[in-house]
Design a protein around this ligand. Structure first.
Ligand code: URA
Length: 189
């Protein structure tokens, strides 16, 4: 990994990345958005069509649903940081390939080193399996906290999954309220 710089320097490297084939098919590098000093960071899977077109994570239908949960629990999108494991869109929104995740993960690691969030929340199973544990089971383990030393991690259902399975929205609200409570707690320390 190269020396840690600023988020802008990292973005410039990420934009020019050709470590996997997705760099050549992307419209925009979807690097991440939000507060560069956020205590709370959300990490999704990979950009979809709207994200690829806009260069911003979670702006399509799933992103709009996610925004409603943030609003419902009183978290301002601009005070957190939102990124994905992959910075370039996989064709037809297929799941990321392990080699694409391997190629891209150093960018996320560097983002975390620069931003230094205290809480990292995985959006969905793919992010949780990659960042928390390979045997993470989202239906069993969502909302549980895992201490990783410098930060704590948990995972919630992916908003795209909630669009397909609206009955899980109640669980999502419970988890998001718990995340907000933990976030308020660390802000007072
Ligand atoms: N799904 C994701 O995982 N990330 C996005 O940015 C959009 C949809």
């Amino acid at each position: 990994m190269e020396q840690m710089g600023t988020l802008d320097e990292l973005y410039a490297r990420c934009k020019a990345c050709d470590k996997c084939a997705l760099g050549a098919t992307k419209t925009n590098c979807v690097f991440g958005v939000g507060n560069p000093e956020a205590d709370l960071m959300f990490v999704g899977e990979a950009p979809g069509e709207q994200e690829d077109l806009s260069g911003t994570p979670f702006v399509g239908r799933a992103g709009q649903l996610f925004d409603r949960f943030l609003y419902a629990v009183g978290i301002d999108r601009s005070e957190v940081y939102i990124a994905n494991i992959l910075k370039c869109r996989p064709p037809k929104n297929r799941d990321p390939l392990p080699e694409e995740e391997d190629a891209c993960l150093d960018y996320l690691r560097e983002q975390v080193k620069i931003i230094k969030p205290r809480l990292i929340v995985c959006l969905g199973r793919i992010s949780a399996m990659r960042l928390i544990s390979p045997d993470f089971r989202i239906t069993r383990d969502h909302g549980k906290w895992f201490d990783k030393g410098a930060f704590s991690m948990c995972a919630v259902y992916h908003p795209s999954y909630l669009l397909r399975s609206p009955s899980k929205k109640e669980d999502m609200l419970v988890d998001m309220k718990a995340i907000k409570a933990r976030y308020d707690e660390i802000k007072t320390k």
